[in-house]
Design a protein around this ligand. Structure first.
Ligand SMILES: Cc1ncc(COP(=O)(O)O)c(C=O)c1O
Length: 402
């Protein structure tokens, strides 16, 4: 009766276990203050430009003359057009408003796109990985069984990302049909240079693979030479789908807004993937709220841009404090330059969970064990820049005293 593939999913052990261990520690040590640097959620409020746009949109919805019902399934043109111009054409990428699909966030889109492909396709994921790409393919029955010993599903191509390869996946000798890439990366915080990403695009065009490129953290890029979009690479229009989110650049985690780009030139088996996605969204999705799309539009206005840049700057200051603090205490730490995530190697060969316990007990700091993101994350640990300046500074001081 049920979809048995769901039983192959591994429990969402990571965050429940960190919560359990934290709660037990807090109960045993009620006098100790805890600092949470494990959160992957933003903490700063919506910027004024966004708030104002939402208020205006609410007022419109409250009047018969300006009330709107179902939104167009692909998203309002006012938002698709400003995205096409500011996120793509201004960066030299030829993306049309018609190739942009507004959604309620990148998570759903990352999870849903696999539906466009046959049951037989093989997927490749980075290891460690944001779990959505893998789990949605488990649910769809594409991954084979999970092997407890290796920590892997039998029919998936894993691309280890470790200190040894600079946290950049190597192009598989035999490219699977679907390859998930995420840059800047969650959880490792690594970014990819344009010439490196170009190699993936060339390989995909050669093999006929489709790259599913998650650029949810694009706004955190600070260095030159790091592409903000895969369409900055030549030939990406014929091999790549890109996911974007308003969650981390503009604090929309609770508002919900994202989009997916499917270029019209992306064709497999003689079928346009853009048309398939249009059909899929039209059938299963009823449009992102008008109020939310107006909020998204406000992000691109000059005052909106200035305000969100300040917020990102706030988080990136935290990222620098963590990164430099760790490096100065002798940790091997990366990320935090083009991403809000700092990824550190646990000292003295400790496992990720041993380091979690040590950090909790000795510093009262809570992070995320790298092993929770995949077997190659063992021996690594993730800290995030989404706390306050004060708590971040305090956390680093406590780590220094450990
Ligand atoms: C790599 C990555 N992609 C996508 C998402 C989800 O974004 P959204 O809030 O738009 O669903 C996240 C959220 O943490 C993420 O880390």
């Amino acid at each position: 009766m049920i979809n048995k593939n769901y039983q192959k999913l591994q429990g969402s052990y990571l965050f429940s276990e960190t919560a359990k261990r934290t709660a037990a520690f807090a109960q045993a040590h009620p006098d100790r203050s805890l600092i949470r640097l494990g959160i992957g959620d933003v903490t700063l409020p919506l910027v004024p430009a966004v708030q104002e746009a939402m208020h205006r949109a609410v007022d419109e919805m409250g009047k018969a003359e300006t009330f709107r019902g179902y939104a167009p399934e692909q998203g309002y043109e006012f938002l698709r057009e400003v995205i096409a111009e500011k996120d793509y054409r201004d960066r030299g990428c030829q993306i049309d408003g018609d190739e942009i699909f507004i959604s309620d966030g990148a998570k759903c889109d990352c999870g849903n796109t696999q539906e466009l492909f046959s049951q037989e396709v093989r997927i490749a994921v980075c290891d460690p990985v944001y779990p959505v790409y893998l789990d949605t393919n488990v649910m769809a029955g594409r991954t084979g069984d999970f092997c407890r010993e290796s920590g892997r599903y039998g029919d998936v191509t894993y691309m280890p990302c470790t200190l040894e390869n600079g946290f950049l996946p190597e192009i598989p000798e035999k490219m699977p049909e679907l390859v998930y890439l995420c840059f800047p990366n969650n959880p490792t915080g690594s970014a990819i240079r344009k010439e490196e990403l170009q190699k993936w695009v060339d390989a995909a065009n050669k093999s006929g693979s489709v790259l599913l490129y998650d650029a949810a953290y694009e706004a955190y890029i600070t260095e030159d030479g790091i592409p903000h979009s895969i369409y900055e690479c030549d030939g990406a229009r014929t091999c790549a789908i890109e996911f974007r989110s308003f969650s981390k650049n503009a604090g929309f985690t609770g508002v919900r807004l994202g989009f997916t780009v499917v270029p019209s030139e992306l064709v497999r088996d003689g079928v346009s993937l853009r048309d398939l996605w249009f059909r899929r969204q039209g059938t299963k999705y009823n449009g992102t709220p008008y109020i939310v799309q107006r909020a998204g539009q406000a992000v691109y206005a000059p005052d909106g841009q200035k305000q969100i840049r300040e917020q990102i700057g706030y988080y990136m200051k935290n990222a620098a404090v963590i990164r430099e603090g760790l490096l100065s205490c002798g940790y091997q730490a990366s990320g935090g330059v083009n991403s809000p995530y700092i990824w550190l190697k646990t000292p003295n060969g400790m496992t990720s969970w041993q380091f979690f316990d040590l950090l909790l007990e000795q510093a009262g700091v809570i992070g995320t064990p790298g092993s929770g993101f995949g077997p190659s994350g063992e021996g690594y640990f993730r800290l995030t820049a989404f706390g306050s300046h004060e708590s971040t500074q305090e956390a680093v001081e406590r780590i220094r005293r450990m």
